[in-house]
Design a protein around this ligand. Structure first.
Ligand code: PLP
Length: 460
């Protein structure tokens, strides 16, 4: 399997190289040259998450990992999850289901991908003796998931930039309390898009990139998208695929999670539509409904992991919608630098065939947490509430709707308490993070400052 960049000017790579690299050297994102079909979905019925993961992921790896390496990596990645089904489904209403993706070690869906690529990185680096510096930007949940997956690994340093003061206390403590020498949390002045912009700058600084062996595990990493395809398959099969089509609603920020659903769809899973649910930062909803992809201001919300204007993975969806025309994508991304672009009619139509969209205001999010609590007794996190609100606007008789529950409510206790008057407790094994000392470095939104910090601190 070969991987090409959405901008068409980076080397063609195999899976291992694409995973270790993250962002392509031309600033684009890697995609497989073709998407393999899944044969016979009925054979997935009643089998384990790990079995499904192997079947879904195997064809994308080519020669990069052997069957037994992949089986071992999958087993170790998910053994620490707090639910034997890994991604269990619960029911909200007769035709509306929640896919619980928060049973991993940091209580958000990011663990599904990060735990697996942590295992795959370890195998690849042990084999080559290579050392890498992982640099990530996070709106909250990616950072802790990356730290949890890579802490203590011998050939790796992990630097995570998060927007100072804009993540929840639990999210922050998950990043600042691990005491491994190879873990470095950086609190950057600014918002998430600033962190993401610095990340892109440093990756585009090829001398620096080569000197420290920069590796990216942000949601632009193809390995992350790949691991996320699996739960779309298991959820759809649980609710009747291949005999019955389903819809998904996905709380969306960087468009990585929902894009994985579109790959599942291309592989043959009968997904009718995927609905992108955004909070007040609704650039994707606006782009999908009007074709105008125009940057606005980033507003802090109670669903901070979606406080984004520049959704990196949307570039992948655009690449498919423009029929793989890398020159067209380069042009759009150039226009984006000066504020935005208009999606062509043909591409917009192609996007709308598979994606719907909606948004939830802060009040709507908060009141949906209360509504779900009243109707089902269940407490959901604010991101999930955004999804549920938008999903309810897209329910259709006869088509099961699956909303992704992207985080555990205990990660966002203030927002939940404001909505239902009750603080959801952290699972007992995590309660200790409130007592542990924090280690974090404050840094300005300045590429050179971040660069020298990395050169100075890295251990690998
Ligand atoms: C990361 C995250 C999202 C957004 O996912 P994307 O892949 O960036 O679209 C939604 N909810 C939670 C809780 C997250 O951590």
């Amino acid at each position: 399997m070969r991987y090409v960049s959405t901008r068409g000017e980076a080397p063609v790579l195999n899976f291992e190289q694409a995973m270790l690299t993250g962002l392509a050297r031309d600033g684009g994102l890697y995609l497989p040259e073709h998407v393999p079909a899944l044969d016979d979905l009925t054979t997935f019925e009643g089998l384990s998450y790990e079995y499904a993961a192997f079947r879904v992921i195997r064809p994308f790896l080519g020669e990069s990992f052997s069957d037994s390496e992949l089986r071992g990596a999958i087993a170790r990645a998910y053994e620490g999850f707090g639910h034997v089904a890994r991604a269990p489904l619960t029911q909200l209403a007769p035709s509306h289901h929640l896919l619980e993706l928060f049973h991993g070690p940091t209580l958000a869906f990011k663990d599904f991908a990060m735990q697996l690529i942590g295992q795959l990185f370890q195998i690849a680096l042990e084999r080559s003796g290579q050392r890498v510096t992982i640099l990530g930007a996070t709106s909250g949940d990616t950072g802790s998931a990356a730290i949890e997956a890579f802490r203590g690994l011998p050939n790796v340093d992990v630097f995570i930039m998060y927007p100072h003061g804009r993540v929840s206390e639990v999210q922050r403590r998950q990043m600042t309390t691990p005491d491994n020498d190879n873990v470095h949390a950086l609190a950057v002045t600014g918002h998430f898009d600033d962190c993401q912009a610095r990340l892109k700058d440093l990756f585009n600084d090829h001398d620096f990139r080569d000197e420290v062996g920069l590796a990216g595990v942000n949601s632009i990493n193809w390995g992350r998208v790949l691991a996320q395809i699996v739960y779309y398959v298991t959820a759809a099969v649980s609710l009747g695929a291949p005999h019955r089509a389903v819809d998904f609603t996905v709380p969306t920020g960087n468009f990585g999670d929902i894009f994985a659903g579109s790959i599942a769809r291309q592989m043959g899973v009968p997904i009718r539509r995927m609905i992108a649910a955004t909070n007040r930062n609704d650039i994707l909803h606006r782009a999908l409904s009007t074709g105008e992809h125009q940057l606005g201001e980033v507003y802090p919300t109670i669903s901070p992991s979606m406080d984004i204007q520049v959704s990196s993975n949307f570039e992948r969806a655009l690449y498919f919608a423009y029929g793989g025309d890398a020159a067209a994508i380069r042009q759009l991304m150039d226009e984006l630098k000066s504020g935005g672009f208009t999606i062509s009619q043909g591409a917009l139509q192609a996007l709308r065939e598979q994606y719907g969209s909606g948004r939830a205001s802060e009040e709507e999010t908060s009141s949906m947490i209360a509504t779900v609590r009243a109707e089902t007794g269940q407490i959901v996190c604010p991101h999930t509430a955004v999804g549920i609100k938008v999903a309810r606007e897209h329910l259709e008789p006869g088509v099961p709707m699956i909303t992704l529950a992207t985080a555990h409510p205990a990660k966002f206790p203030d927002a939940v308490e404001a909505a239902v008057g009750q603080r959801p407790p952290l699972p007992p094994h995590m309660a200790a993070i409130f007592d542990l000392p924090e280690r974090v470095t404050r840094v300005e939104n300045d590429g050179e400052a971040i660069k020298s910090l990395i050169l100075d601190r890295r251990t690998a």
